[in-house]
Write a protein that binds this ligand. Structure first.
Ligand SMILES: Nc1ncnc2c1ncn2[C@@H]1O[C@H](COP(=O)(O)OP(=O)(O)OP(=O)(O)O)[C@@H](O)[C@H]1O
Ligand SMILES: [Mg+2]
Length: 477
């Protein structure tokens, strides 16, 4: 089982302390309270925490902002959340600049705060959970596999991890790209600095740009106010641009400029702010073909691919399957609270014969399923067969309401058949939206893009991605 996350709460208002102490404890956090700035600083020196929540106004001669500066200077990987009253937004932004992970304006809703805390704790664990290599020890995170392909990967990682070069990680879905990114970070000379991960495919274009580069007040209509971007937050550290192949060309241009000039401009801002960030990117897409289709910029490709790590698909390293099975059996047996589970050699052999299009992630899901099927007995070939037979249901929207589809998704997710419900819903709803808009615009992409409030390039890229792109384009408006 996971150790409970430890939260340091620095706040002098007894009512808020009492409420937060209770709700955080209900969520399973261990909470330590300090009522002054110097007290918070002192206890963070003596004990380890997964996240800090601090008020801005604090007695004791050290306010929240100074506390953020001091704490971030000493523990750059410790996520700090700042609570602050409305009207002091500028200070809140200063706090993120000083290294705070995020801020929340008082009065806030408890679920919003809990969401932030959960994110902060996850970010902290991502940075500090050590990743082991080759064979599983006690760590929850391990890169398993001693096949020649994996061994040469380890060598390559060892060679490049400490160098300040950009790394592009390529590989099919589920091959471990994110895991490898974290391993490189942990073995770099920036391991004590922040690691900031962003999934470029999960965030719409305009939001992605302000997320990455920040925003000045009034940068565009509807823009709320200033915010500090991830590049600024990751200064001296590492940024992980996951699914970079899904970034739109407009954002690619801006990213390229940042990488060339080693400085950012916030959206709507004029000031150039120097940033020192190591970039690790990952994609499952064929970037060469995206370049040919003008969906990915060649100059950016050369920038980010100084070092390329190609992760082998599982079917090309079947000799690693027994070790992976042992690792996942141990991991999930512990999680389900059952004894160490064993698997019959026939069953393992059978697993080695499978094609594994979903790679390690798919194998991991099957192991989880089979453990539940076997009820603590030695896992037999039959167990494995029936777990594999209950393959991912093909979820279609045909003739169904969106609500019905959503219910099916949640069911499949609860059963553990799929782990990407959010992404699936996103893709299917986007696909429906685009195909309807295109058909009602009689194939006129410019018009459809305008209706939908996205750029034509974005629309085009999505159509290609979904296989909806016609050979003939309608250029007229
Ligand atoms: N070599 C490995 N040893 C142990 N676990 C692994 C290995 N490779 C991947 N995993 C596990 O498989 C799952 C998927 O890995 P990860 O998320 O890193 O893959 P990915 O390539 O980023 O996939 P996607 O393209 O779907 O985002 C994770 O739970 C990860 O811990
Ligand atoms: Mg990934």
């Amino acid at each position: 089982m996971n150790k409970p996350a430890r939260i340091l709460l620095v706040e002098d208002d007894t009512a808020i302390v009492n409420t937060l102490r209770r709700v955080l404890a209900d969520e399973g956090y261990e909470v330590k309270v300090e009522t002054t700035g110097p007290g918070g600083l002192q206890v963070a020196k003596e004990q380890a925490f997964d996240a800090v929540i601090t008020d801005l106004k604090l007695p004791g001669g050290l306010d929240g902002l100074q506390l953020v500066r001091e704490l971030h200077g000493r523990h750059p990987r410790l996520p700090i959340l700042m609570m602050t009253a409305h009207g002091t937004t500028e200070t809140a932004i200063e706090a993120t600049q000083a290294g705070a992970y995020d801020y929340i304006l008082k009065p806030f809703e408890i679920p919003d705060l809990l969401n932030l805390v959960e994110q902060a704790v996850a970010a902290s664990r991502l940075m500090s959970d050590p990743i082991e290599w080759g064979e599983a020890g006690s760590s929850r995170s391990a890169i398993i596999g001693n096949s020649p392909a994996m061994q040469s990967l380890y060598k390559e990682i060892g060679r490049i991890a400490a160098k300040p070069v950009s790394v592009l990680i390529r590989g099919e879905t589920g091959t471990g790209k994110e895991l490898i990114a974290r391993a490189i970070y942990q073995h770099s000379d920036r391991a004590k600095e922040p690691f900031v991960a962003i999934n470029c495919a999960a965030i719409p274009e305009t939001l992605l740009e302000s997320e990455l580069f920040g925003l000045e007040r009034g940068a565009f209509t509807g823009a709320e106010g200033r915010r500090i971007g991830r590049f600024e937050q990751a200064d001296k550290g590492t940024i992980f641009l996951d699914e970079i192949g899904d970034m739109t060309p407009g954002t690619q241009v801006k990213l390229l400029r940042v990488l060339q000039e080693k400085s950012i401009q916030r959206l709507g801002g004029k000031e150039s702010i120097p940033v020192d960030v190591r970039v690790i990117a990952a994609t499952h897409r064929d970037l060469e073909s995206a370049i040919r289709q003008k969906l990915f910029r060649e100059d950016l490709f050369y920038r980010i691919s100084v070092v390329v790590l190609q992760l082998p698909p599982l079917r090309e390293r079947k000799e690693d399957i027994p070790a992976l099975v042992r690792f996942f059996l141990g991991k999930y047996a512990a999680e389900f609270g059952s004894e160490n589970a064993a698997m019959h050699p026939d069953a393992i052999e059978y697993l080695q014969l499978q094609p594994w299009p979903g790679n390690v992630r798919e194998l991991e899901n099957i192991i989880r399923k089979v453990l539940l099927l076997a009820h603590g007995y030695t896992i037999s070939l039959d167990h494995v067969r029936s777990a594999l037979a209950k393959t991912t249901p093909v979820l279609t929207t045909e003739g169904k309401s969106l609500e019905a589809y959503v219910d099916e998704l949640i069911d499949a997710a609860r059963r553990g058949d799929i782990t990407d419900a959010h992404a699936r819903l996103h893709e299917i709803s986007e696909r429906i939206l685009l195909s309807r808009a295109i058909s009602q615009a009689r194939g006129n992409q410019a018009r459809a893009a305008r209706w939908l409030g996205i750029s034509r390039l974005t629309l085009r890229a999505k159509l290609v991605q979904f296989g909806l792109h016609p050979d003939q384009e309608t250029e007229t408006e």
